[in-house]
Design a protein around this ligand. Structure first.
Ligand SMILES: [Zn+2]
Length: 112
């Protein structure tokens, strides 16, 4: 026993992370959802959803699919956060300083 040096187990097993990602991917194939809605569907925190989405964005590109992002929008003045590179929803509007921001929405589609 213990003759081989086994690598340390990660704190969160990889297969669980993979399962969550697969669940998110299958949700987003059917419908467009916000991170908050996704967190309810797959039962992880919103923060985790954003982390997974970052990975999903890269991994599905290899399979010829695209993560479609509907940008966040200010509910007050209608400013659209087009250039935002981070997936996470912005804290406040740079134009009117309103903190009432419509969440970005995510979906998956087949790229051409
Ligand atoms: Zn605004």
């Amino acid at each position: 026993m213990h003759s081989k040096n086994k690598p340390k187990e990660p704190a969160v097993p990889m297969d669980r992370k993979e399962t969550v990602r697969q669940m998110i991917i299958s949700c987003l194939r059917d419908k467009t959802l916000s991170a908050k809605e996704l967190s309810g569907e797959v039962r992880v925190s919103e923060k985790e959803v954003y982390e997974h989405l970052g990975h999903i964005q890269i991994s599905i590109n290899k399979g010829g699919q695209t993560l479609d992002i509907t940008p966040a929008e200010c509910r007050k003045c209608g400013f659209v956060f087009h250039k935002r590179e981070k997936l996470k929803k912005p804290g406040k509007c740079p134009i009117c300083r309103s903190e009432s921001i419509e969440q970005p929405l995510f979906g998956i589609s087949q790229s051409k």
